[in-house]
Design a protein around this ligand. Structure first.
Ligand SMILES: Cc1ncc(COP(=O)(O)O)c(C=O)c1O
Length: 403
């Protein structure tokens, strides 16, 4: 049997839209990008959604928007030490300095009790990550942010289906950044989305994704057949060549929007199946405690079914790479559970952190892994995974007896 990490199916609706788009002559950002923005905003429950070309850019642009609201280059953004490197990269790409805070091993999320120690005069934002779909401690984070007058940008790349105290991830702070990469629940193959209730942020984000130009209409008013834009000369100079801020080239195109629009129609079905898979594994995995643990769901939250994390416990003496190799030989694909960005990712070395500064993030970096729970995996596959883990643990016991 083979259990793949991810799956992708291109719905018929997307295929039809792609044909129409290719025939229409409007392939760059247009009406389908607008449509996915509207539908995405409805899905999360925000007033605005701004489509960009990746989840990494969604993180970076959400932060870069803060330069229009009093932030300066070199100011600080607080992020968890453990995440996919895109989170830390985005802070630097937006012109800020990342200030890392360790995580909690049990939740994999930023240790909210340590955030205030990291706040300085230069702190402009906190960017919690809902890692593996587990919501961060947003009540504490929002309280701290309010007290210090700083912004909260959720890295919700992995948080489709995540709920916290009755609200969907993405609308738990000031802005939420999603990834529409192929491995995620809604995909555009490559893509990202920033959601917010703040009209001013949305306007700046639309400018940022298009080189920082003054052109930032919510709905493009360009007449496609004539090529005429009635706003083009509203400031006398051609609006497309007025650059108001340092921008990015990060627009979503129509073909990507078409893929995402088809996917969105399958959203409820996909989430339901993935949640069923996640809950089944969480329940059954208890048999491997205290050697192997996963996340626990609290009554006030729903963990978004992104993937299934596994944390090898110290007392087990299990070597992560040996375990991963065993799973791989049995056809079960897995990924490490990321690493401590400041101390285990070479790119961040210049910031001057040293090994041991983030013991929990580093522990997960050495001892964490995750497997897919996507809609293409059924009960038989999950049982096969559980049996494989059981066999692995038995093989270790046998080995220790024979030594
Ligand atoms: C937590 C987190 N943030 C950001 C990203 C970046 O998203 P993308 O791959 O779409 O750039 C990812 C990607 O998976 C992620 O897991």
């Amino acid at each position: 049997m083979r259990l793949s990490f991810g799956t992708i199916s291109i719905p018929e609706k997307s295929k039809k839209l792609i044909h129409d788009i290719l025939d229409s002559g409007r392939i760059t950002s247009g009406k389908y990008v607008r449509e996915i923005e509207e539908k995405f905003a409805d899905l999360i429950g925000t007033k605005y959604a701004v489509a960009v070309s990746s989840g990494s850019d969604a993180d970076a642009l959400a932060l870069a928007a803060l330069h229009d609201f009093g932030a300066s280059r070199g100011d600080e953004v607080i992020v968890p030490a453990l995440s996919f490197a895109a989170t830390g990269n985005a802070v630097l790409q937006a012109g800020f300095k990342p200030v890392f805070v360790d995580i909690e091993r049990e939740t994999l999320n930023i240790a909210s009790s340590e955030i205030e120690n990291a706040i300085t005069r230069k702190t402009r934002a906190i960017m919690p990550v809902h890692l593996m779909g587990k919501p961060a401690d947003m009540e504490t984070i929002n309280r701290i942010a309010k007290k210090h007058g700083i912004v909260v940008v959720e890295d919700a790349a992995e948080a489709y289906g995540t709920e916290y105290k009755g609200k969907r991830a993405g609308r738990l702070g000031d802005m939420g950044a999603f990834s529409l990469y192929a491995a995620h629940v809604i995909t555009a193959i490559e893509g990202g989305m920033i959601v917010t209730d703040n009209k001013d942020y949305a306007e700046v984000l639309r400018s940022l994704r298009s080189h920082g130009r003054a052109c930032k209409c919510e709905k493009c008013v360009l007449n496609i057949s004539s090529g005429h834009c009635k706003k083009r000369f509203q400031f006398r100079t051609d609006i497309r060549f007025i650059f108001e801020r340092i921008g990015y080239s990060s627009k979503m195109n129509e073909l990507e929007a078409a893929i995402a629009l088809g996917q969105l129609e399958m959203y409820d079905r996909i989430i339901k199946k993935r949640r069923r898979n996640l809950l089944y594994l969480m329940k059954e995995f208890v048999q491997f405690a205290p050697l192997l643990l996963t996340l626990r769901e609290e009554s006030y939250e729903k963990i978004g079914p992104h993937a299934f994390p596994i944390i090898i416990q110290e007392a087990s003496n299990i070597d992560r790479d040996e375990f991963v190799d065993y799973l791989g030989k049995k056809g079960i694909d897995s990924r490490s559970l990321f690493s401590s960005m400041p101390t285990q990712c070479a790119g961040f070395e210049f910031l001057g952190y040293k090994m041991g500064d983030f013991p929990n993030a580093e522990y997960i970096g050495d001892n964490g892994l995750h497997i897919g729970i996507h809609q293409g995996i059924d009960r038989e596959g999950l049982d096969y995974f559980l049996k494989t883990v059981k066999d692995f643990l038995s093989s270790l016991v046998k080995r220790s007896i024979s030594v």
